[in-house]
Design a protein around this ligand. Sequence first.
Ligand SMILES: Nc1ncnc2c1ncn2[C@@H]1O[C@H](COP(=O)(O)OP(=O)(O)OP(=O)(O)O)[C@@H](O)[C@H]1O
Length: 298
Amino acid sequence: MNAIELSGVRKSFGAVRAVDGLDLTMEPGRTVAILGPNGAGKSTTISMLLGLARPTAGTVRVFGHSPEEAVARGEIGAMLQEGALIPELTVRETVDFIRRLYPRPLPLEEILRMADLTELAGRRADRLSGGQTQRVRFALAIAGGPRLLVLDEPTAAMDVESRRAFWESMRGYASAGRTVLFATHYLEEADENSDRVIVMARGRLVADGTAAEIKAGAGAGAGTVAFSLGDQPAAGLDVLPGVTAVDIQGGTVRLVTADVDATVAALYRGTDLDVRDLQVRGADLEDAFLSLTQAAEV
Ligand SMILES: Nc1ncnc2c1ncn2[C@@H]1O[C@H](COP(=O)(O)OP(=O)(O)OP(=O)(O)O)[C@@H](O)[C@H]1O
């Protein structure tokens, strides 16, 4: 059975089509990133998965149930963009209070450990930093031991170190065969922490695959190769594999290529040129993402 099945899902707010015909299935045990610019429809999709919003058209199923049923059965845990903690309660009290609401909660100490909160367990919620507060919210999301964990831009308020620790916790939770879906603006996060990336723009799915497939589909592998030739003759550079354009200025050559690796290999192995100051810039996921979401604008 699929963890998530969306079919023909639309959600309109007046004239705005926040989600515009989304078909998506997600197998259990995968970690999937939803990537997209502001207003792409990521949060609206997540709200429908959690039963917080009803689709205007189409159906949403979570482990074969309606989202409301799946939530009631403790199958979904969520970490959303807002949600305050009770200031007077300690971390331990907060987590224990919430876990008792679920039919089959995880043990308290295990939750604290998984969210890296063991040492902060006695601290009051109003004495936590932004990153520590996010860890408590992560602990609350996993408290019921959900089979599906949904995270909406979970690292938005975190510094680099907190982010690293957060994704480690998330991967720990996912490694037990659980399903994780997270929305993010950060391309590196999608690349490093998911095994499937769904790119949304204007309420639609514009790409779906591994980060590597998305890069390849959007022409990544492409890039530029620049180097210094001094006064050596530059003939024949335009026929190196992958090269689509050659620009030479004052002894410095810049090749635009569809295949950086092949061009560099041929430059060294297939020519006698004495290449100096080689600089390679590959198209990255950022370029792939921009080209995909811009194509959806037209
Ligand atoms: N409750 C609402 N009422 C009216 N319009 C809404 C509502 N919620 C979302 N929208 C609109 O629907 C579109 C999609 O919004 P959504 O929040 O799902 O995008 P998002 O991809 O999550 O964006 P962000 O990355 O900024 O959170 C936007 O144009 C937004 O203004």
